[in-house]
Design a protein around this ligand. Structure first.
Ligand code: ADP
Ligand code: ASP
Ligand code: MG
Length: 436
């Protein structure tokens, strides 16, 4: 008998009927003879609604109280799910993150797991229960406060428990049939991927594919947890995220590649496309082109606690000796970074700041890119034919990202998806959720 961790996202438990349906599914796993630990998210868009409520009370909610508020969402769904399972004749107990031993540091809204001590979960399993754990939350020994792991963090709770309990697999149940070549809400012709490497999934998640929380993928890779993403609305096979090294990847591709008639090996070069509308762009205009200015600017940005993604510095105009530096960051961090830079404007000596929250980010990801030279050319060609203007570009070994206008992001994604031959045979099914 093995232990399985199953995580159900918000859209899978959006209402009473869904909770009963999920309960049935969990019981089936129990009946098959497995121990089951369930991690559950808040119902539907509850977390967003609670956040909206907080912002109606105050524009800058206190981080401690904000975490207290948001964690209440998972408390509702965990208790209802336990009740539903009990009413169907199986024993279940729900636990908050802190009862389940999810110990974190004390960073509200972005806490990191420092220890997992699931003693109570093990006791509950030993007593024959299905254990239900509230996702996305933990407890800091340092501050003795309740923390959250960041939006989408229930995936990470599930992986951390799977690692601590040495589970056979960590199943992530959501509102689509698995991981697709692109977000099916943006690119309806997206194709389901059967297996994806954790390296590729990390790049997709980093580029905004919220189907998996990036830290869940990192944690799973580090601890050798097998992730299986699938729909709670169907019995489709889903997607396995496999932990393999670049060498193992190359060996597998060599085995799996098809050899075409002229004897050349055709590798799957691209694994997918990610889109992201959650970022904004700040341009620091008229920065003196002398040593130390970039450091000064990004020290201020880091001090404000923002994670910068893409950075572009223009060539300075010879006549003025001034340059512009643009960077992207989460919209949620925009105002505090503008405030921090404005405060330091006299010291850094730039002329002005521009804030643009109408940008979209598109990333093309594929492990095969590192050995294939034509990818960037095809990518830019496809965007040009689709009439998309590119505002920023950045690359890694297995990714190319661009910034476009927000309202042309979907057209851009669909064009690139088609250009790289990623389109499936039929439209992907989106079972539920609002995409919020
Ligand atoms: P949950 O509430 O189950 O955690 P999320 O909304 O966090 O669900 O994640 C599932 C959503 O992720 C899908 O409905 C889809 O819109 C989006 N998504 C983004 N990129 C992808 C992708 N490459 N494959 C599948 N889904 C994706
Ligand atoms: N409920 C939290 C959120 O919406 C955590 C999660 O669903 O993973 O971000
Ligand atoms: Mg999620």
């Amino acid at each position: 008998m093995s232990l399985i961790v199953q995580k159900f996202g918000g859209s899978s438990v959006a209402d009473a009927e869904s909770i009963k349906r999920v309960a049935k599914r969990i019981i089936e796993t129990r009946k098959a003879g497995h121990d089951v630990v369930v991690v559950v998210s808040a119902m539907g868009d509850t977390t967003d609604e609670l956040a909206d409520l907080a912002h109606q009370v105050t524009p800058m909610p206190d981080p401690r109280e904000f975490d207290m508020l948001l964690t209440s969402g998972e408390r509702i769904s965990m208790a209802l799910l336990a009740m539903a399972i009990r009413s169907q004749g199986y024993s279940a107990q729900s636990f908050t993150g802190s009862q389940a031993g999810m110990i974190t540091d004390s960073r509200h809204g972005a806490a990191r797991i420092v220890d997992v001590t699931p003693g109570r979960i093990l006791d509950s399993l030993r007593e024959g229960n299905i254990a239900i754990v509230a996702g996305f939350q933990g407890f800091s020994r340092e501050s003795r406060d309740i923390t959250t792991l960041g939006r989408g963090g229930s995936d990470t709770t599930a992986v951390a428990l799977a690692a601590a309990l040495d589970a056979a697999v960590c199943e992530i149940y959501t509102d689509v049939d698995g991981i697709f070549t692109s977000d099916p809400r943006v690119v309806p012709m997206a194709r389901k991927i059967d297996r994806i490497t954790s390296e590729e999934m990390l790049e997709l998640a980093a580029a905004g594919a919220k189907v998996l929380h990036i830290r869940a993928v990192e944690y799973a890779r580090r601890h050798g947890v097998t992730l299986h993403v699938r729909s709670s609305f169907s019995n489709a096979e889903g997607t396995l995220v496999i932990n393999e090294t670049a060498e193992q990847y190359a060996a597998r591709i060599a085995r799996e590649s098809t050899t075409s008639e002229d004897g050349t090996v055709e590798e799957p070069i691209i694994s997918g496309i990610a889109t992201d509308l959650s970022e904004a762009k700040i341009t620091v205009v008229g920065v003196p082109d002398v040593r130390g200015k970039a450091a000064a600017i990004f020290n201020v940005v880091a001090g404000a606690g923002a994670n910068v993604d893409m950075i572009v510095q223009n060539v300075s105009a010879a006549a003025t000796g001034l340059t512009d530096i643009s960077f992207t960051l989460p919209k949620a961090d925009g105002q505090k970074v503008i405030a921090a830079l404005t405060a330091d404007q006299p010291v850094i000596g730039f002329q002005s700041l521009q804030y643009d929250d109408q940008i979209g980010k598109l990333a093309l990801v594929g492990a095969g890119m590192r050995t294939n030279t034509g990818v960037s050319a095809n990518f830019f060609e496809a965007l040009s034919i689709a009439g998309i203007n590119i505002e920023m570009i950045s690359t890694s070994e297995i990714r190319i990202s661009v910034v476009t206008r927000a309202d042309s992001l979907q057209t851009a994604a669909q064009a690139v998806h088609t250009a790289f031959g990623l389109d499936g045979d039929a439209e992907a099914v989106v079972y539920a959720g609002t995409g919020r």
